[in-house]
Design a protein around this ligand. Structure first.
Ligand SMILES: NC(=O)C1=CN([C@@H]2O[C@H](COP(=O)(O)OP(=O)(O)OC[C@H]3O[C@@H](n4cnc5c(N)ncnc54)[C@H](OP(=O)(O)O)[C@@H]3O)[C@@H](O)[C@H]2O)C=CC1
Ligand SMILES: CC(=O)N[C@@H](CCC(=O)OP(=O)(O)O)C(=O)O
Length: 344
């Protein structure tokens, strides 16, 4: 049995990872860590684990020592030192934050205000989007799990960009997220009275997921890609819905585009290309690792409109991380991830 541990188990992503990993048949959750809740049972932090696990929050070094695979679910900038210790000990590190997502240190400094602490580790870390990097992930020891918004955008655009079918200088990505996306810490914007019955964009024109999205879209298209990305906060717990507007290089035949998406994703367990009569929505992917994609065009037939939906906590975070772990360990890719979204 492979031992796995979570550093930062008391946050929303850590908690969701624990929920998934406790149901995984081929791994044993060996240790969890927290600073604020050290020495306390995780079941006293999240009561849903009562009667299911007696695991106690330890420190991060305990997690590294007791685990073969370590997940870091920490604020940005705290995972590199842990990655270094894991690397030295020959262990696998899957980081849920942004520490290893950008390859360009100048971009990282600009958006995250920090330099790389261990630049040598960045040389061989791998961006963990299985549908793009499956083979590289299998042989990697440091995984940068993608951001939630980037996952919804990258999967929605991959078939078009890989086949050079759209203009790449002005792609508009309009995303909406549930409130778990901002983590467990209390903030004014996640306060019930501020969030409930409200809907608003934030960080308009300058969200730090923009460089991650542009870097990965460039890998897909092999040319510079410019996106205008605007996130919005929805008064729901889970889910991301992204609507993308792009300009085809040639006249569109939506049926042909649908065939392209269907063939690109035909062997992908976790990407569903919906029929042309359907529209993706958050409800049908909640609690699941699926990304649903629907394809549309405007009435003038000069714009393509792609809609994608994921659960930010699952395909946008913990589920994708477990998918990456499964690939590295040679398990079935969907092991422990066969959740069907509740219909109501
Ligand atoms: N929420 C989401 O939808 C997604 C989040 N992510 C990323 O995953 C990571 C975790 O996010 P999320 O769970 O939402 O965040 P939370 O704020 O809910 O949790 C943060 C975790 O980090 C720990 N922590 C905070 N400060 C420190 C510190 N100085 N030293 C050690 N541990 C610390 C907290 O533990 P404690 O206070 O108990 O010590 C807690 O376990 C972030 O990088 C986030 O950007 C990625 C994709 C989606
Ligand atoms: C609703 C909300 O606040 N969402 C978060 C994104 C959460 C996330 O994915 O964090 P990463 O940066 O690790 O990817 C935000 O906009 O910063």
């Amino acid at each position: 049995m492979i031992n796995v541990g979570i550093v930062g188990a008391t946050g929303y992503v850590g908690c969701e990872l624990l929920r998934i990993l406790l149901n995984h048949k081929k791994v044993n959750v060996s240790a969890l860590s927290s600073v604020s809740f050290k020495d306390q049972k995780i079941a006293s932090v999240y009561k849903s684990f009562n009667g299911i696990t007696d695991l106690i929050c330890e420190n991060s070094d305990d997690v590294i020592e007791k685990s073969d695979v370590i997940f870091t679910a920490l604020p940005h900038g705290l995972s590199e030192d842990i990655a270094y210790k894991c690397y030295k000990a020959g262990k696998i590190l899957i980081d849920m934050g942004a520490d290893f997502r950008l390859s360009d240190e100048e971009e990282y400094k600009f958006w995250y205000g920090k330099s790389f602490k261990h630049p040598e580790l960045h040389e061989f870390s791998c961006y963990g989007l299985p549908e793009l990097n499956r083979e590289k992930i299998k042989s990697s020891k440091i995984i940068a799990n993608p951001g939630c918004y980037p996952t919804s955008i990258e999967l929605a655009l991959m078939p078009l960009l890989k086949n050079s079918l759209i203009e790449t200088n002005d792609i508009i990505c309009d995303s909406k997220s549930g409130a778990t996306g901002s983590g467990r810490s209390l903030t004014l914007t996640s306060h019930f009275v501020e969030l409930n019955e409200n809907f608003a964009p934030y960080k308009v024109g300058a969200h730090r997921h923009t460089p991650e999205i542009e870097e990965i879209l460039k890998v897909m298209s092999k040319e510079k890609v410019k996106v205008t990305f605007t996130p919005h906060l929805l008064p729901i717990n889970r889910g991301i819905l992204t609507t993308i507007y792009c300009t085809p290089k040639e006249e569109i035949n939506l049926e042909k585009i649908h065939e392209l998406y269907s063939s690109t994703y035909k062997n992908e367990t976790f990407v569903n290309v919906l029929d042309l009569s359907e529209t993706a929505c958050t409800k049908n992917v909640r609690y699941s690792n699926y990304c649903n994609i629907s394809l549309h065009q405007n009435f003038r037939k000069d714009k393509l409109i792609i809609v994608s939906a994921i659960d930010n906590m699952v395909k946008g975070a913990a589920g994708q991380a477990v998918q990456n772990m499964n690939l590295i360990l040679g398990f079935e890719e969907d092991e422990g991830l066969n959740f069907i979204s509740p219909s109501f």
